[in-house]
Design a protein around this ligand. Structure first.
Ligand code: ADP
Ligand code: MG
Length: 389
């Protein structure tokens, strides 16, 4: 049990008993690069966890200890400013800072952070550590916040304190996910719907182990291309306040007013929003074949219109698509490497992983990391279930 492990480490490190709060990791099933134009995404929380153990101290200091880095940092809460250092502690310190901005008064504390979420693998250990920290500090301060505010606050920590551009999806599903459910999230209104995932399927995440060196720059370029395309449609088409409101016909109508790159990126997003809605129907009907077809279409659109895939990822998707036990496979995450997500028949998941790893290694010489996952509780549901025990 990770919680026991972290409690034990907290006692060893600080000589105090702590209270523990956990947050999972996440994967996005469909809806890629749609979040920052107010669009639709469909992620789920997965069983990896970050655990935060917290206990009070009397001197007004914040002390964070990470088991993953075996390192401690400490500072005066009252004199905290926005001073990111590129260090892991920016993530929990950013949450503390945002809580202060939201008017939550946090007194001195010791916190131990630990868990089994692979760091930097695209499963959002960053949102996991942010949400676990927020849950622990809220309880420590005797405060509560609703889901949307916890997610928004943690996103601010990542955007404004850490300085990483990201949408709201990760923090929202990490806080609000529910076991055996995917989450359809409207990134504009923050309305969401929990949708049933059949127990006969597992979700396999496969890390290509490739992150192309130009990824950060290209990611920024894609965002710029999308945003400049969006600005054109918003100006030209009545009723379009964000790309989210546009149809392919709207885009076609202003194609000559934007760069070809912007047109293609925006077309990916507009068609992707429609695919997410269709994927919702598929889940409500329990039709995983249809769901898989939509994943494949999403990948083609990401590859050809968004142009943010890469050879290794395409190889993984091609191998997966050939396997009879696989309903659908696509890239997940920002692009230019990272992970694929595969929906497979539960009974054949292990065989699927074996084949995928073997054929990927034969094709590329790279040994992939694969995780067989199912939809798990987010931080709030975990807390409720624990309280009920
Ligand atoms: P991802 O979110 O895909 O895992 P990121 O680069 O966004 O990758 O976030 C990873 C970073 O989050 C780590 O390098 C570290 O700074 C921070 N982090 C995540 N989990 C922990 C933890 N348990 N302890 C300390 N820092 C953590
Ligand atoms: Mg991250």
């Amino acid at each position: 049990m990770i919680e026991k492990h972290v409690l034990h480490a907290h006692r060893e490190h600080f000589g105090q008993d702590g209270q523990v709060y956990a947050a999972p990791a996440r994967v996005n099933l469909i809806g890629e690069h749609t979040d920052y134009t107010g669009g639709l995404v469909m992620p789920m929380a997965i069983g990896f966890q970050t655990v935060a153990a917290v206990s009070p101290r009397q001197d007004g200091r914040a002390v964070f200890y990470s088991m993953n880095f075996d390192e401690e940092i400490a500072f005066e809460i009252a004199s905290q400013g926005v001073s990111p250092s590129g260090h892991w502690s920016d993530y929990p310190a950013g949450v503390l800072w945002c809580l202060g901005q939201a008017g939550v008064v946090v007194s001195g504390f010791n916190m131990t952070l630990g868990g089994d979420v692979p760091l930097g693998a695209g499963l959002s250990s960053s949102a996991s550590v942010e949400v676990a920290t927020a849950m622990a500090l809220l309880k420590h301060a005797g405060a509560t916040l609703p889901l949307a505010e916890i997610a928004t606050l943690c996103r601010r920590a990542e955007n404004e304190y850490v300085g990483a551009k990201s949408g709201i999806m990760d923090q929202f599903v990490v806080a609000g996910g529910v076991v055996e459910r995917a989450m359809l999230l409207d990134c504009r209104s923050l309305d969401y719907e929990l949708l049933p995932l059949p127990s006969a399927v597992k979700v396999v995440i496969c890390n290509s182990m490739v992150k192309h060196a130009h990824a950060d720059g290209e990611y920024g370029d894609r965002r710029d291309e999308v945003e400049s395309g969006q600005a054109v449609v918003v100006q030209e088409r009545p009723g379009v306040a964000m790309l989210r409101d546009a149809t392919v016909a709207d885009l076609d109508a202003c194609r000559d007013k934007m760069s070809e790159a912007s047109f293609l990126r925006c077309r990916h997003i507009v068609t992707e929003n429609a695919r997410v809605l269709e994927a919702r129907e598929a889940l409500l009907e329990g039709d995983m074949k249809h769901f898989g077809v939509l994943m494949e279409k999403a990948h083609v659109s990401f590859r050809d219109d968004f142009q943010a895939s890469c050879a290794e990822i395409d190889t993984l998707v091609e191998i997966a698509s050939r396997q009879p036990e696989c309903f659908g496979a696509r890239i997940t995450g920002g692009g230019f490497g990272g992970c694929t997500v595969n929906v497979v028949r539960a009974a054949d998941a292990e065989r699927f992983v074996e084949t995928l790893r073997r054929e990927y290694e034969a094709a590329t010489g790279i040994v992939a990391d694969c995780f067989v996952c199912e939809a798990s509780d987010g931080a709030l549901a975990m807390l409720t279930h624990r309280g009920a025990q």
